[in-house]
Design a protein around this ligand. Structure first.
Ligand SMILES: *[C@@H]1O[C@H](CO)[C@@H](O)[C@H](O)[C@H]1NC(C)=O
Ligand SMILES: *[C@@H]1O[C@H](CO)[C@@H](O)[C@H](O)[C@H]1NC(C)=O
Ligand SMILES: *[C@@H]1O[C@H](CO)[C@@H](O)[C@H](O)[C@H]1NC(C)=O
Length: 221
C-alpha cells in the first residue's frame, strides 16, 4: 500500500510537473544555432527597424520585427516592435496569445498604457521617457499617446511570432446577432462599421475626446 502510494505520488509529481512546465513554456528552446537564410548571408541578422515604415494609420506607425519579416529570429523566442504614435494616437486594445510584452518609452509621453486582468480589473500607468511596463501574456492591453509630441517606444516580446488579436476586429468578425447578444443590444443598434475590420492600425484623433498634453481624469504620471 505504502509502495503504491509512493508510485502515485511519483506519477503525480511527474505529470503534474510536466503540466506546470507546459503551462509555463513560451517558445521552445532552440534546436540549432540559427536557421540560415542562404540568399542573405550575414545580412539576415540585420533588420532596419528604425528606418522601416511598417503599418501606418491615422494614429501613427507600428513596425514589427518578428519571424515573418526578420527570419533570423527563427527559434530565438523573441521579437520586437517599434512605435511612433502621434499625439492622441492609440495602439487599440489587443492581445498576444503567445507572448508577454515589455515596453520602453524612448521619447515623448505621457504614454498611457494598461491591461485588464482576468478578474476584469484594469491596471493603468502613464509612462515618461525611460519608463518600462509589462503586459502579461494573453491579457488585453493598449497604449495611447497623451503627450503633445510623438511617442517613440520599443516593445520586446518573448516569442518569435507573438500573434496579434485586435479585440474589436475579433468581435466584429462574429455574426451580428451574436455580437448584439454579447453586447446586450439589438442588431439595429450595432454600429458595426465603427469596428476596425483589418487588424489594428494606430487610431486616434482629437475627435475621440483626447486632448494632447492632458491625461484622462484620475490618471497621473
Ligand atoms: C535610419 O534612421 C536614422 C534616424 O532614425 C538615421 O540617422 C539614419 O541615417 C537612417 N539610415 C538609413 C540607411 O536611412
Ligand atoms: C441588458 O439590457 C437590459 C435593458 O435593455 C437591462 O435591463 C439588463 O440589465 C441588461 N443586462 C445586462 C447583463 O447588463
Ligand atoms: C437601441 O437604441 C435606442 C436609442 O438609443 C434605445 O432606446 C434602445 O433601448 C436600444 N435597444 C436596445 C435593445 O438596446
Amino acid at each position: 500500500m505504502a509502495a503504491l502510494k509512493g508510485v502515485s505520488v511519483a506519477l503525480f509529481a511527474l505529470f503534474g510537473g510536466a503540466l506546470v512546465g507546459f503551462a509555463a513554456a513560451a517558445d521552445p528552446d532552440p534546436l540549432v544555432d540559427f536557421v540560415p537564410v542562404d540568399a542573405l548571408g550575414d545580412a539576415q541578422f540585420k533588420f532596419a527597424l528604425g528606418n522601416s515604415t511598417g503599418i501606418v494609420g491615422p494614429g501613427g506607425q507600428i513596425q514589427p520585427a518578428n519571424v515573418i519579416n526578420f527570419p533570423a529570429l527563427t527559434s530565438q523566442g523573441q521579437s520586437l516592435v517599434r512605435f511612433n504614435l502621434r499625439p492622441c494616437g492609440q495602439n487599440p486594445p489587443h492581445t498576444h496569445p503567445r507572448a508577454s510584452e515589455v515596453i520602453f518609452l524612448i521619447s515623448g509621453g505621457p504614454l498611457l498604457v494598461g491591461f485588464v486582468d482576468t478578474t476584469g480589473i484594469p491596471h493603468l500607468n502613464a509612462l515618461m521617457p525611460g519608463d518600462v511596463t509589462v503586459f502579461p501574456r494573453g491579457l488585453v492591453h493598449f497604449q495611447q499617446n497623451f503627450g503633445t509630441e510623438n511617442a517613440i517606444y520599443i516593445a520586446g516580446l518573448n516569442s518569435q511570432n507573438p500573434g496579434v488579436q485586435p479585440m474589436f476586429t475579433a468581435l466584429g468578425a462574429f455574426p451580428a446577432p451574436v455580437l448584439a447578444t454579447a453586447l446586450n443590444t439589438s442588431v439595429a443598434n450595432l454600429t458595426l462599421t465603427a469596428l476596425p475590420k483589418n487588424g489594428a492600425p494606430p487610431l486616434g484623433s482629437a475627435a475621440s475626446g483626447c486632448v494632447p498634453g492632458s491625461l484622462p481624469p484620475g490618471i497621473r504620471v
